[in-house]
Design a protein around this ligand. Structure first.
Ligand code: PEP
Ligand code: MG
Length: 568
């Protein structure tokens, strides 16, 4: 078994085809006929551009416009005078075309690969792809024709460049293994788009295997087996069937309403960090945004975003969601979320310190900027305000007071906003949970933040590995807390959702159905899984299981019961 990075889910079993790297050797002697060399270079560029735009067009048709953008980016880069212009200059000075291509590309590769930003580092691999293609054109090297591989092929390569990926015929390639690349590399993006299992960054794999070796690619776990034993192979054949069955089951939930087995409908929303993620939520069939973590907008900046900057981001999310609810959580700073330019002073116990709504109410000028931006965005969709880390009624009252002052101002100067904009409360502290009945009289809705609720209820820092064994939402104390919160909201007639990770936990879902949760907010990629699990439980079945679970004294017993009863 060899470990790598799990880059595209699923299990592929098949016969290996190694894509060997050609030696790109050339004569570096000085050139006298610089005009002739420039022509040879221009021909290679022309050929590169023609082939690349053909491939981009092909990807656009077969895979999608987003994936085609990668190759279109190559065309833009090579047309940039700082690239081809520099190369021409070197040729004019007597260098051969190959040396000019290599030197200029290497200069850019060096520059981009040192950058902190993932996207920028990705440019380095784009340029490396361009360099290799151009050198091959100049040296007259033809690549293996990936489009002709037999069905059931596992492609093994040092790196799978976009130009190689464009030739892949999905039906014939059972899996991909590479030596380089991570979850966000182009090969990973394309493998996911093609739904081909892929494991990347497997050390020295090209030298460890040969053509026709059998391989298992477990793209979910990031594991590869070469020439596996019979029992491993048979286990994986079963696993592959199981994966395929589950995937097709999930696909049947696209576009469906989220309902329990006995027909009760609930809302299935998404958690996002940026307006762009809202697109992902739509693509994944989310029914709204249950948590827009606005702190990312602040973290991605080196200054406090202005009212207009924030407004633009919130409006973008609202517009992308086309009228579906968008719950924007106001700045949740502090704890483990540091925003350096806010200069919050170092604290002994940051999780118990000056954070979230406490910081916001202590810095009302900047809080007002955020509230105004959210309220202006409410003219463009169903935007709601959510307040994090509430521990007492005064906090939610203070925020509501600020909202009504802003309303007066907007009314006076004719600023558009939703006059019925809701102000909800995150319930993520034991204090808020214990007074959920009181808070329910003040808030328009609740959303349970189980990530923090578990941390504060169990007194475990959610990032501390030494106490991680206690960090579980299935602890009886946390379950009782969740149950009480939902019941309190229901009694007061306000909707109760959950935006902590537990909302997507297949083992937790039946308990949440029993307690009466009406809105689940999950990572976009988990929408269909959650919808599928919700559809498998009736209220009656969930109630019977919840009663048993709540009668058990330990977390281990509860988890064992939930696993035993799982309908996954
Ligand atoms: C939570 O605490 O459950 C939550 C959703 O908020 P965050 O994870 O951003 O603290
Ligand atoms: Mg939280």
């Amino acid at each position: 078994m060899i470990k790598g990075i799990a880059a595209s889910r699923g299990i592929g079993i098949g016969s290996i085809c190694v894509i060997t790297e050609h030696e790109l050797k050339y004569d570096t002697a000085r050139i006298d006929d610089t005009e002739g060399e420039k022509k040879r270079f221009a021909d290679a560029i022309e050929k590169f551009k023609n082939e690349t735009s053909e491939m981009a067009e092909d990807i656009r048709k077969r895979i999608g416009p987003k994936e085609a953008e990668i190759l279109e980016g190559h065309l833009v880069m090579i047309s940039d005078p700082s690239m081809s212009g520099e190369m021409n200059k070197m040729i004019a000075a007597g260098q051969c075309a190959e040396a000019a291509v290599e030197a200029v590309c290497d200069m850019f590769i060096g520059m981009f690969s040192k950058m902190d930003d993932d996207m920028m580092r990705q440019r380095a691999s784009d340029i490396s792809d361009i360099k290799i293609s151009l050198l091959k054109k100049l040296l007259g090297i033809e690549d293996v024709d990936i489009s002709k591989v037999a069905p059931g092929t596992i492609l093994v390569a040092k790196d799978l460049t976009p130009s190689m990926t464009s030739q892949i015929v999905k039906e014939n390639v059972a899996g991909i293994i590479t030596e380089v690349g991570g979850k966000t590399s182009h090969s990973a993006i394309l493998a996911r788009a093609l739904e081909i299992p892929a494991v990347l960054s497997v050390p020295d794999i090209t030298s460890k295997v040969k053509d026709k070796d059998t391989a298992i690619v477990d793209g979910t776990e990031g594991i590869v087996y070469i020439n596996p034993e019979g029992d491993v192979l048979s286990q994986y054949i079963i696993k592959r069937e199981e994966f395929i069955r589950k995937q097709s089951e999930l696909q049947s939930f696209i576009g469906k309403e989220t309902i329990t087995k006995d027909g009760q409908s609930v809302e299935l929303f998404c958690n996002i960090g940026t307006p762009k993620d809202a697109k992902k939520a739509m693509e994944c069939d989310g029914e709204g945004i249950g948590l827009f973590r606005s702190e990312f907008l602040f973290m991605d900046n080196n200054h406090l975003p202005s009212e207009d900057e924030q407004f633009a981001a919130y409006r973008e999310a609202a517009q992308i969601m086309e009228g579906r609810p968008v719950i924007i959580r106001t700045l949740d700073v502090g704890g483990d979320k540091d925003i350096p330019y806010l200069n919050i002073k170092k604290e002994e116990n940051p999780f118990l310190g000056y954070r979230a709504v406490r910081y916001c109410l202590g810095n009302r000028d900047s809080y007002e900027v955020q509230l105004r931006a959210i309220m202006r965005a409410s003219a463009f969709g169903k935007v709601k305000i959510m307040v994090p880390l509430v521990t007492c009624v005064d906090e939610i009252r203070a925020v509501k007071e600020m909202v009504s002052e802003i309303k007066k101002d907007f009314d006076a100067n004719g600023t558009a906003y939703d006059k019925d904009i809701e102000v909800g409360c995150m319930i993520e502290t034991p204090a808020a949970s214990l007074i959920a009945d009181l808070l329910a009289k003040e808030a328009d809705f609740f959303s349970i933040g189980t990530n923090d609720l578990t941390q504060y209820t169990m007194c475990v820092d959610r990032g501390n590995a030494d106490v991680a064994y206690l960090y579980s939402t299935f602890q009886p104390s946390v379950l009782r807390s969740i149950k009480f919160i939902i019941e309190s909201g229901r009694k007061a007639g306000i909707p109760v959702g959950m935006c902590g990770e537990a909302a997507a936990d297949p083992l937790m879902i039946p308990l949440l159905i029993s307690f009466g949760l009406t809105e689940f907010s999950v990572n976009p990629v988990l929408v269909l899984t959650a919808r599928c699990i919700i559809s498998k439980w009736s209220k009656e079945e969930a109630d019977a299981l919840a009663a048993k679970a709540l009668s058990l004294p330990t977390e281990a017993e509860i988890v064992a019961l939930m696993k035993e009863s799982s309908k996954e």
